[in-house]
Design a protein around this ligand. Structure first.
Ligand code: ZN
Length: 144
């Protein structure tokens, strides 16, 4: 027999697959491919295709519709206004409050207020609501 890869005459060849092609090769060349076990049934599988095989459908949890509804009321239609930083700072200064004062009132650290006023930290809905109440400003708007 002759190796289909290097042409060497050998007593026994091994069936391997290289790049989707099946070749009968010598033992030396066999290591360059994947051994073909069942040549009748073997279907070459491109590893790239294999990765894209459909994933198992994720089971949708039954609880999600109810949760989504609650979320929608609380979060999804609401957003923090873009100029929250300025609003908070101006309102606080108007009320002659220090950052520490304001922080204490909403049970946050002074750093949090400072970051909010620098525009580095967007307050979450809960914090925004507290700030609105104390400062008499509007921070939460409805998303259209
Ligand atoms: Zn060979």
């Amino acid at each position: 027999m002759e190796c289909e890869m290097c042409g060497k005459k050998v007593a026994k060849t091994t069936k391997i697959m290289i790049d989707g092609a099946i070749l009968n090769v010598c033992d030396d060349c066999a290591k360059f491919g994947t051994p073909v076990i069942d040549h009748n049934k073997f279907k070459p599988v491109d590893p790239a295709i294999r990765v894209q095989l459909p994933e198992k459908p994720q089971p949708r949890t039954v609880s999600s519709p109810a949760r989504k509804q609650v979320r929608k009321v609380n979060d999804e239609d609401l957003d923090i206004v873009e100029d929250y930083a300025e609003l908070v700072k101006n309102a606080r200064e108007k009320l002659a409050m220090s950052q520490a004062d304001l922080a204490a009132k909403i049970f946050e650290r002074k750093n949090v207020i400072a970051s909010i006023e620098r525009g580095e930290l967007m307050p979450d809905l809960k914090t925004a609501r507290k700030l609105e109440k104390i400062l008499g400003i509007t921070l939460v708007e409805k998303v259209s």
